[in-house]
Structure formats: C-alpha cells, structure tokens
Design a protein around this ligand. Sequence first.
Ligand code: NDP
Ligand code: A1CAB
Length: 272
Amino acid sequence: MRISFLGGGRMAEALIGGLLARQIASARGVQVMDPDAVRCRTLEARFGVAAQPVLDDAWFETDVIVLAVKPQHLREAVAPLAGRLGRILVLSIAAGLPLGVIGRWLGGHRRLVRAMPNTPALVGAGVTGLYADPSVDTLGREEAERIMAAVGEVLWVEEEGKIDAITALSGSGPAYVFAFLEALQAAGEALGFDAATARRLAQATAAGAVRLAQESEEPLSRLRENVTSKGGTTEAALVRLNERGFAEAIREAVFAAHARSQELARQLGEAP
Ligand SMILES: NC(=O)C1=CN([C@@H]2O[C@H](COP(=O)(O)OP(=O)(O)OC[C@H]3O[C@@H](n4cnc5c(N)ncnc54)[C@H](OP(=O)(O)O)[C@@H]3O)[C@@H](O)[C@H]2O)C=CC1
Ligand SMILES: O=C(O)[C@@H]1CCC=N1
C-alpha cells in the first residue's frame, strides 16, 4: 500500500513505525508532508521514508492519505488537497471533526474514513475506533483497517457519533490511566519509597491487573471483590475512594471529553 501522511507528528510516527514493522507498506511507499523541516529529517533518518515540507505531485501518487495534523490546523492543511484526490482514500485521525466537515473542506470528497487511535499505538498497543462514509467500498474499509491494525486493536462503529464516545473513552483514556498511575506513585512516595520504586510498583500493579482482567471472564466487579477481604486493607481503601466519588469523577471526566469532542467542529465555525 502507498500511504502519504499530512502531518508528521507523534501519531504519524507511531503509524509509520507500525506500518513498516508489519510490512503493510515499504519505506519507499510512505511519504510525509510536515512544514517542520527538522521533523522531516528526523522521520527520514528513523524510517527511511520520504518527508518534505511541501506538497508536490509525487505526494499525491498514493492509495491513502492520512490526515494527522491537529484539528485546529486541519482546514488550512487540507485546502491544497481539494480537487486533487480522485480515488484516494482519506483517513482522518483528527479529534472532533466530522467527515461532513472534512469532506466539505476537501471540495466534496466522499472517500473518507474517520479514525480515533490512542497513544499506546506508539508501542503497538493502541485501540482505534473507525467509521467510514457510507459510500466507501469494502476495499477502502480494508485499507483503513489494515493501517490502524498496524498499531493495535481496531473497532468499527456504524454511527459517526460513536467516534466522539470512543475519543472520550479510549482516545483520551491513556491520560486518565497515567493520572491514576501518577497518583499511585505519589502515594507510594508519601509512604517512603523513592520515586523509581514507587513508579515500578504502581506500573507493575496496573499491568498485572489489566492482564488479569483480559485473561478472565469474570465481571470486573468480581475481580475487585476477589482482592477485597472483609475488614481488610482493600476495603479500607475502597471506602475512601467511594466517599470521594471516584466512579462519578471518572464518569464526569469521560462525559466532559465527549462534550468537548462534539463541540470542536462548532468552535471552528463548522456545523457537522
Ligand atoms: N495525541 C493523541 O493522543 C491523539 C491524537 N489524535 C489526533 O491526531 C492528530 C495528530 O496529533 P499528534 O500527532 O498528537 O499531533 P502533533 O502536534 O504531534 O503532530 C501534528 C503535526 O502536524 C504538523 N502540521 C501543522 N500544520 C501542518 C500543515 N499545514 N500541513 C502538514 N502538517 C502540519 C505539525 O507541525 P508543527 O508542530 O510545526 O505545527 C506537527 O508536526 C490530531 O488531529 C489529534 O486530534 C488522535 C488520537 C489520539
Ligand atoms: O486531547 C485530544 O484532543 C486528543 C484526542 C484524543 C487524545 N488526544
């Protein structure tokens, strides 16, 4: 597959790494356009792909264009693409921007897929939600899925609105997990461990708990109960978490991210 990236930042780098490692594309089949020439040189040195700060005709000799710039920059970034796309599949990973808006910016292009990955993609452990414009054929869907599967799990949704929900849950989700780990590390330090030891204990606990959950068919509540001896230490901790409204705080956080994803396009002056 030939793949051109508009934007060569963190997510593009994760995707390029996964695509090359899994041989879904060869280095010769990947091109990047990013206005930062230093960034281009970094990507060229790391992956052997062609990266440049300008769009030329060769960049359009591709099967798929991945839109990997910040939502706030996307309108300006895609303006030079309008009318030059033909049958190229456009795969947007930008948060909060509906396909209707992107299609308009692309001069009415409909061969569009919207994806919402997350940063564990950097280590091949991402999860991505995908939504295709109804006009996209099976080949287009397969191409999009192969690209995103190079960096982790993929999940299709049939309603575009669900991409905003995926953004709130798994797109932003790694930050909630890191915030939890930071808090656990800080508590460990307060109990007298040095930072490295507290971090190691927090990370090993989270990794082990997630693996146990993945390998178990039990509901998560049962796994929690299995740790919680009556009158024991865990119960003492969970009482405090509940008093502090832990579950409500997570719910409110996810709903805030969801609302933000829904309002991003409106803030850019675009109705979906
Ligand atoms: N980070 C995350 O957790 C996730 C991000 N996303 C989405 O992925 C997209 C990319 O995010 P991320 O990789 O984190 O962002 P980065 O800022 O790391 O990468 C964006 C890159 O695009 C470049 N750029 C800016 N303007 C243009 C332009 N006109 N043409 C081409 N390239 C341009 C930027 O250059 P410069 O820095 O010089 O401006 C930068 O190198 C965003 O839309 C985001 O919503 C999706 C899921 C998760
Ligand atoms: O914070 C953001 O807007 C992006 C989208 C999901 C994760 N990061």
